[in-house]
Design a protein around this ligand. Structure first.
Ligand code: DP6
Length: 357
């Protein structure tokens, strides 16, 4: 008896130009393009195994060992349905000898290799790994950009986790979403010197989810209109150029400006949304001061902070500065007693997960 099973993994990505706002909530079409860095393949990733079997009575899903309901018409069921459709169109219709896996139900099992308690968003890596594992299971002859069209419908930011390195999600203009996909701007090996330092400020579940927060921003923020029309198109150009030229100073300026503006549109939402807390803001102060000294010494910007829909800081920096930045952060924000080893362990590749009381 043949077993139809495949495994794939996908890392977390952290946006430098933020996705915040949908023009179509069902298809998950964004109001602006975005750009992110996918973290190291070996760290902070989701790994997903999918199996198709004629005897399975329904599609089922386990997340970190616990079964979760697959809601009818929900994002998970959309992704599974779309992957089955691709299997039928790309494989079974073209070659009638292929087993009709698109008619079988699937069992899907997904794990994150980072502590859930670290408070890091896992929907991006999770949906990217899901789509990749089904693509392997179904032996789909399609590109990562094609798969990004489906991962996008699981969670917008997931489309970017299908590539490593520096990745753009092009917003597209077609109402069907066929051109709203992820493309690789540059491989990680183009600029391996950039490292990401993750400072876990709080591992509480966030107050306002990205999905509902961005919808409220679209409905109420006038500043968002300025951002999507005037600011993001220019920044997408600027950051792509900075990446191609390995210009950290320009990369840092655009990244921090875009994080600031994302939190400004959150504040411009009615009622306002606050994602950062006092510790987040204090870390911004630290990096601003660190960069001021860098500029004074003629070395330019040496680190860039960015914050998603929560208080945790991600600091991008060239490798040579990582040790100094860790020491700086730890000296101002002493780690919780006994937590250094567990919560501030080097994940390798210069990625650090720290917990700040
Ligand atoms: C602030 O991708 O989680 O991290 O599409 O509704 O699932 P949905 O939203 P999601 O939003 C991510 C928002 C962000 C910025 C970013 O990653 O670009």
């Amino acid at each position: 008896m043949t077993v139809y099973q495949a495994t794939a993994s996908a890392p977390v990505n952290i946006a430098c130009i933020k996705y915040w706002g949908k023009r179509d909530t069902k298809l998950i079409l964004p109001t602006n393009s975005s750009l992110s860095v996918t973290l190291d393949q070996d760290h902070l990733r989701s790994t997903t195994t999918s199996r198709a079997d004629a005897s399975f009575s329904k599609d089922r899903l386990w997340l970190n060992g616990k079964e979760e309901e697959i809601k009818e018409g929900g994002r998970m069921s959309t992704c599974i349905r779309e992957m089955k459709r691709l299997r039928k169109e790309e494989v079974e219709d073209k070659n009638p000898n292929e087993p009709k896996l698109s008619t079988f139900n699937v069992h899907i099992c997904s794990h994150n290799n980072f502590p859930t308690a670290a408070g890091l968003a896992s929907s991006a890596s999770g949906f990217a790994a899901l789509v990749s594992s089904l693509a392997n299971l179904y032996a789909l002859p399609v590109s990562a950009s094609d798969l990004s069209l489906i991962a996008r419908q699981g969670s917008g930011s997931a489309c970017r986790s299908l590539f490593g390195g520096f990745v753009a999600w092009q917003m597209g203009s077609n109402p069907t979403g066929v051109d709203s996909l992820a493309v690789q701007v540059a491989e990680q090996s183009h600029w391996p010197d950039i490292h990401a330092l993750i400072c876990v400020v709080s591992d509480d579940k966030k107050g306002t989810s990205s999905t509902s927060g961005m919808q409220r921003t679209v409905e109420t923020s006038a500043l968002l209109q300025h951002r999507i029309k005037e600011v993001v198109p220019r920044r997408m150009e600027e950051i792509s150029k900075a990446i191609m030229e390995r210009d950290f100073d320009a990369f840092a300026r655009v990244t921090m400006a875009d994080s600031n503006q994302f939190h400004a549109v959150a504040l411009d939402t009615e009622p306002p949304i606050f994602y950062m807390n006092d510790v987040s803001r204090a870390i911004i102060g630290l990096i601003v001061e660190y960069n001021r000294v860098g500029v004074e010494e003629g070395r330019g910007y040496r680190a860039a902070y960015t914050y998603d829909a929560g208080p945790n800081a991600v600091i991008y920096a060239p490798k040579e500065n990582v040790k100094e930045i860790v020491e700086l952060v730890v000296s101002y924000f002493p780690q919780r007693e006994g937590s250094f080893k567990d919560n501030f362990g080097l994940f390798g590749g210069g990625q650090v997960v720290g917990r700040i009381p």
